[in-house]
Design a protein around this ligand. Sequence first.
Ligand code: 4H7
Length: 244
Amino acid sequence: MQIGIISLFPEIFSALDYGVIGRAIDEQKVVLHYFNPRDYSTDKHQRVDDRPYGGGAGMVMQVQPIQAAITCAKACLPTAPVIYLTPQGRVLQQDTVQLLSKQPSLIFLNGRYEGVDERLIAAEVDVECSIGDYVLSGGEFANLVLIDAITRCLPGVLGHADSAVNDSFTGDRLDYPHYTRPAIINGMPVPAVLTSGDHQAIARWRLKQALGRTWQRRPELLSKQSLSFEERLLLDEFIDECEE
Ligand code: 4H7
């Protein structure tokens, strides 16, 4: 996948150079192209912001440098949709992340100051996305989150061990609890089933924990109709054990 990044602070994206995402970049499964609006400013001091019409605190990103940067990004990635990270955007869920990961190319616009001039959004932006209902100082950290989530979905990025299929949180269910050695920590033993060697019992226990924890912590994720007969049975067992 080819990703164009329009940002005043491209250095922030070096945070992607680690772990599984870092390897995907090394192997060119994802290729990042940077376009810094400051490099495109025709202002003699390379300014990229200006005072808001109507007054008030804060500055607004100017259209000219961003539009020039987007034009360059589009010349490099002609079919890529332009995505603007903003608290006003549609809140991202895993299904949208999966859809985005199927695109051959994407262009991300990262806002600073109070954001970009609304007319630039009208002219150049295809989708406005938010990563959740909280406020950040710039779009870059939201963009990092989104690039990480998208890259994990690309074929060959995750090994068998933590394959995306195996990923416990696919958007509709929480993960089961994990344990490693030693067998006893602070007087707390590992659940006996996990050391039993009975792989079927372990799979059932994990499914039951995943369903039970989702029921306890995120009940809105559980639509009981879509549970299989076995899943329904395991969740009922979990609920019964809670009430004891
Ligand atoms: C565009 C417009 C995304 C981008 C305004 C970006 C949260 C998210 C930003 C702003 C973001 C998200 C400018 C609004 C600074 C807040 C203090 C960058 N915040 N900002 N203001 N939830 N901030 O995805």
